[in-house]
Ligand binder design. Structure first.
Ligand code: SAH
Length: 253
């Protein structure tokens, strides 16, 4: 088996900058409005990039990582709005399956089904899930993750004992910030944990190219009429989460 090259994508500059600071032997290249940083973190080769927001941006970035850089795996990190009422700001969601909540080709095909693929859910790769699941759980149980964040910030968001959830994530080209909008999504997808704007697109591209992937989301808001406020204040915290999680996952690869 050849050497692994891990593509790391994020939808937040703060997350990418923190991860870039961990890299050595870095070469950067600009293409298609993205900056790709190739190098290594520890002994692992990585290509890191800011994907921008939304499904098209994420899909084109994932494709570029696969075709131009030959990445063997992709890890997406970002923030998300909680849907399941058990989730709080600061919790982490690891996607088991991802769906496009805004895709609807009825009556030609069932709601959410991707045309010509015949799939509605895209699974995360089993090895990724197991590795990320145990690494993140350890970061939480040991207190390592929250010890990297100032007590003032933890207090501001009421973060005490963040939890890891593994389950379904829904993606769409909409920032969800109203109860009515949440209800429209959960009416047909009652079991999703959170919403975001990129994951299913990355998972679809990875499925089509046979590249193992995982999507890791930190809850930044509760996808309601406060979400824009929570969201912008939470971003620096999300950056710290991403750095901690990515470096611990790569150390296990
Ligand atoms: N950073 C931008 C906004 C990015 S859009 C700004 O400050 O204006 C929101 C990003 O966070 C997307 O990448 C999306 O995946 C995620 N996200 C967080 N909360 C969300 C929500 N409630 N609905 C949809 N996406 C959300």
């Amino acid at each position: 088996m050849g050497e692994k090259i891990i593509g790391i994508m994020g939808a937040m500059h703060e997350e990418i900058d923190g991860i870039a600071a961990l890299m050595s032997h870095v070469q950067t290249e600009e293409m298609g409005g993205r900056t790709y940083h190739s190098g290594s973190i520890g002994s692992v080769r990585v290509v890191l990039t800011f994907s921008r927001w939304g499904k098209v941006a994420a899909a084109v970035t994932a494709t570029h990582l696969i075709l131009k850089y030959g990445v063997t795996d992709i890890i997406f990190t970002g923030v998300a709005g909680a849907i399941d009422p058990e989730l709080h700001v600061g919790d982490i969601v690891l996607a088991q399956r991802l769906i496009h909540h805004d895709l609807d080709g009825r009556p030609l095909m069932p709601r959410y089904e991707v045309p010509l693929l015949g799939m509605t859910w895209f699974p995360a790769h089993e090895d990724h899930l197991q590795r990320a699941g145990s690494v993140i759980q350890r970061l939480l149980d040991s207190g390592t993750l929250i010890s990297a964040i100032s007590p003032e910030r933890l207090h501001l968001f009421g973060i005490e004992h963040p939890k890891l959830y593994i389950g379904d994530i829904a993606s769409g080209d909409q920032f969800i910030s109203a109860q009515q909008h949440r209800d429209a999504i959960t009416e047909h997808l009652p079991d999703i944990l959170c919403v975001e704007m990129e994951g299913a697109a990355v998972a679809q591209v990875c499925y089509e190219y046979g590249v193992p992937c995982s999507v890791i989301r930190t809850i930044s808001d509760t996808a309601d009429d406060r979400s824009h406020i929570d969201f912008s204040r939470f971003i620096p915290v999300a950056g710290t989460y991403a750095v901690q999680m990515i470096s611990a996952i790569l150390a296990q690869m």
